[in-house]
Design a binder for this molecule. Sequence first.
Ligand SMILES: *Cc1c(COP(=O)(O)O)cnc(C)c1O
Length: 709
Amino acid sequence: MNLTKRYATLDIFRVIAAFLIIAIHTAPFLSINETADFIFVHIIARAAVPFFFMVTGYFLYLSMEKGNKFSLKRTLNKLIGIYIFGIFLYLPLNLYGSYFNQTNLPFQIVKDLIFDGTFYHLWYLPATIIGILLLKLLLRKFPMPYVFIITLALYIMGLGGDSYYGIVTQISAVNKIYDFLFKIMDYTRNGLFFAPVYLFLGAWIAYSKHKIKAQFAVIGLIISNALLLTEGLLLHNFNVQRHDSMYIMLLPCMYFLFSILLQCNGNSMKELRILSMVIYLIHPWIIVIIRLFAKIVHLEYLLIYNNFLHFLSVSILSLFIGLVVTYFWSRLKQKNPNSDNRAWVEVNLNALVHNAFVLKECLPKNCELMAVVKAGAYGHGDVETAKALNKAGFHAFAVATLTEGIRLRRHGIKGEILILGYTNPSDVNYLTKYRLTQTVLNYDYGRALNESSKQVKVHIKVDTGMHRQGEDYNAYDNLEHIYKLKNLKIEGTFTHLCTSDSLKDVDINFSRLQIERFYETIHYLQAKGYDTGKLHIQSSYGILNYPELTCDYARVGIALYGVLSDRNNTRLSIDLKPVLSLKARVSIIKNIKTNESVSYGRLFTANHNMKIATVTIGYADGVPRNLFEADTYVLIHSQKAPIIGRICMDQLVIDVTGINDVKPDDIVTIIGNDGKEQIYCEDFAMQCGTISNEILSRLGSRLGYIFKY
Ligand SMILES: *Cc1c(COP(=O)(O)O)cnc(C)c1O
C-alpha cells in the first residue's frame, strides 16, 4: 500500500542544516562582529550535524520496527557509497594540499578514514557509520535505558576532548587519557563519542511514539537554547574549548527541536533530501572555486574578505549546483510508479468522517462509536482510515486479529483497540506491549489467557444464540469463573446478533431473544457484584434496525464505509456516503468481427462487429471471476460498458462499441461514480452473488491506494 508519509518539516530542515554547515565553514558574521559570529557559527549552527544523526536514528528505528531487516544494511551501504564518492571528489584538493606528503602516511590515512574524514567536512560520514554500528551492538546487548546511559557516557568523554577540554585536563590523569586519544584522532566529535547519543535520541523518539505537546516543546527549546548560549559563551570567554562541536545543552535543544519538527505535517520530499546531501558534499569545492574566481577577477574584497558575501556566494552557487544535480538525479531515479497507473482504490476520507458523525448521531448520548477496521478497514486501508477517525475525535477501534492491532499501534493510532477474534494465548505479551484489548471467547480461553502473569485488558463475549464465539449466556458458573480470573482486566461485555440485518418477523424475534438473553445474563452478573464494564451489542445493522438499544459502544463496520451489505431495507435510513471507488485503466483497444470470441473458455461470442477494450484489473485484484455470467458493466467516459468474456486473473474485457474516443490509459470505474453514472458496491456484490462486505474485504493487496481528504 502506498501510504503518504508525513515528514515534510524534517526534509525542509535538512536543507537549512546544510546551509548551517556552510556557515560553519565560511563564518558569515566574522567581519561584522566576532561575538555574533561565535554565537551563530560555533553555537547555533552546531545543531546541524546532531540533527542529521537524529534523522538517521529516527528513520532507521522506524523501518526496522516495521520488520525491514535490510534497512540497516541499506543505510550503511548508502553512507559508505557517499563516503567513497566524497573521498574521490576531494582527492584533487588533497593532492593539491600535499596530503600525501605527510609523514607516517598509512597511519594518517587509517586515522582519517575512521575518525577525521579524508577532507575536513567528510568526518560526518564515518562518524554516522561507526555510530550506527556501535548503537546496533549496544542495542543487541542492553535494554534501551542502559544504551542511553552508555551513549551519554561516551558523549561526556567527547565533551572533555571538545568544549570542556580546558577544564577536565586540569586533572593530570585525565589529561593523559586525552593525550593518548588525540594521537589516534584529531577531535572527539566522531563516531565513538559524538554520533551514538544523537542516533540513539532519534531512535528513541521513534520508539517512544508519544509526542510531547507543541507548546511544551517550544518552551523547552527556548529555555535550553538560552542555556546553550550561556554555556557556549562562558566556555568561550574562559578559553577552555579545544573545539566547539559538543555542548551539554545541545542534547535537550536537539530533543525539543526534533519534537517540534515532528509536530508539523506534509508529504515528505525526497528531492530536498538529495538537495541537502549535495550541498553538504559539494560546498568545500565551491569555497575553493569562489576563492579562485575572486582572485582571477580581483574581487577578493567582496567575495573573500567580506565574510557575509563570501557565505552568500558559496551558498547560492552550492544551492544552484544542488538543484541541478537533484533535478537530474530525480529524473534518473524515478520514484515508484504512481498508485493510479494500473488498478487502484480511491478512498474519500471526508465521506468516512461524515459517515462516522452521522452514525454517532443515531446513537444515544453516552454510547461511543467503535470503528471496526478489520481486514484493512474492509479494503479501505486500516491505518489511514483509523488515523482520519482519530483526528476527527474517535478513539475506539475493533480489529479481527492481533497483527491488525499491532499494525495500528505501530502507526500511532490512539485509543482502545479491541481484538474481536482469536489470539493465540502464547502471544499474550503482545497484547500488553501494544495495549490491546482481547475478546475472551469462552471460559477455557479465558483460563488460557489468565496463565500469563501479566494483566490483560479484555472484553467478555457472551454467546446468545449465534454459536460462533462467546461463553453461553446461561452458563452462569463458567461466566462467574471468568470474572474471577486474576489476570484479566475486564473492561467490557458484549454479544453479537446474527439476524439483525433482516426485517422478517422470525429474524426480528430471534434478535429480540438474543438481546433479552444478553441483559438477563448481565443483570445476573451485576446482581452477584461483578463489574461487567462497558456493554455492546450492535453492529451496523444493529444500529439501523434496533436504534432504541442503549449501550456503551456500537461496533460499526460496513455502514462506516457508506455501504450496506445489500439492498434490503432497514428501519432507520440515514445519509451515508460511499467511501471507496475501485478503478482501473484501458490497456488496449481491439476490433473483433461477428462470431469471434473473447477470453478463456470462449464463453462470449460477438454477434456483430465490435470494438472492445482490455481493462487492467482481474480476480487477483478482487473482481470475482464469476462476474461475467451476471451480465454486468463498468463505467467509462460516464457511460456503461458491459463486461464480456470471463474475468482473468489480471484483466477483463469490456464492450466499448457505442462509446466514442475510448483510448488506452482511459479510466474505468468498477465501483464508484463517473459523471452521472454510479455503480454501488451493493449492486456489484449482488451481481456476484455475495454481500458488499466480502467484495470490499477481498480487494487485492496489489492495488494502489489513493486517499482523498
Ligand atoms: C465484523 C464485526 C462487526 C462489524 O460488523 P458490520 O456489520 O460490518 O458493522 C461487529 N462485531 C463483530 C463481532 C464483528 O465480527
